[in-house]
Unconditional design. Structure first.
Length: 296
């Protein structure tokens, strides 16, 4: 299962195209969705569209800039790649660190607290579901706020690693230390001078604890996600266009079990033909309206 995408979802601030405005979900769609979901225990799969209202760009969404994420083998292959990766990732982290959960995240946490949602499988690495109060969260693609040593396996808090990077590379704070390219890429003026953080235990290569392009999702993580879907009676897919294989496999499991599936996403998803109800709208408002119907 080739994992996909999330790696550099953190890397580069990007302007993208101006956001297109989307109509809210219609009453008819909301009624259909709540009819399909009502009285059932619901598993939720979330993707990047979930966090756009928290200011984290959706690189696959409408108007997203084309990107060239670094693969895991490139990252391993040379110190130069790792300098570029860590420098870009450091800028991305500062942005992530300032992001806050939105009402969509909070709605899902409240639905879990009331026993309607049994947990969340997320393709996002931003940690916002946990910060919103969700308890059972399977982070399929890992999490940005943790760093792992590829040699000894030791993990570190990203915030601590970020402090080390800042201390070792004071020039990053200079106004002209980088340039944003038209495709969202970042070019650093002194990249050769960049000091990459290494493991304080063994000196090994550090990598944010997220799944890169060309890297597999850990098996136990996917098993955990499957278990969550299979112990539910319905599935909501929120803010994912399902281009990532793992998302499709979870959808397969749900449809095989004849679970109702409601997809909420701005734009087409690969799962649309199999959705019981597809709502072409943003997640934040739609989830709130749906929750109101499901809890009354
Ligand atoms: Zn180590």
């Amino acid at each position: 299962m080739a994992a996909d995408a999330p790696a550099l979802a953190e890397s580069a601030p990007t302007s993208g195209a101006p956001a297109r405005s989307w109509p809210a979900a219609s009453i008819e769609q909301l009624d259909l969705a709540s009819d399909a979901l009502g009285g059932r225990v619901i598993a939720v799969l979330t993707g990047a569209g979930m966090s756009t209202d928290s200011g984290i760009p959706d690189y696959r969404g409408e108007g997203a800039a084309p990107r060239n994420p670094m693969t895991f083998s490139q990252f391993l292959s040379s110190a130069d790649y790792r300098k570029r990766y860590w420098a870009g990732s450091h800028l991305g982290w500062q942005r992530f660190d300032g992001a806050r959960p939105n009402d969509g995240h909070r709605t899902l946490a409240a639905l879990e607290a009331s026993g309607i949602v049994n947990g969340i499988v997320t393709q996002n690495v931003d940690g916002l579901h946990l910060r919103a109060g969700s308890q059972r969260v399977v982070d399929l693609h890992g999490t940005m706020d943790r760093v792992r040593c590829l040699t000894c396996g030791q993990t570190f808090a990203r915030a601590d690693t970020a402090l080390r990077i800042a201390a070792a590379n004071p020039w990053l704070d200079e106004p002209n230390s980088f340039e944003l390219g038209p495709d969202g890429d970042v070019a650093f003026t002194q990249i050769n001078d960049f000091v990459t953080p290494d493991c304080t235990v063994c000196g090994g290569i550090l990598k944010p604890d997220i799944v890169f392009f060309g890297e597999f999702i850990p098996t136990e993580k996917f098993i955990e996600a499957s278990a969550l879907v299979q112990s539910a009676e319905a599935l909501i897919i929120a803010g994912s266009s399902l281009v990532v294989n793992s998302g499709i496999r979870l959808l397969d499991q749900a449809t095989k079990r004849k679970m109702p599936v409601v997809i909420i996403n701005r734009g087409v998803t690969k799962g649309d033909p199999r959705a019981t109800v597809k709502i072409d709208a943003g997640t934040t408002g739609t989830l709130a309206q749906l929750a109101e119907r499901l809890t009354t």
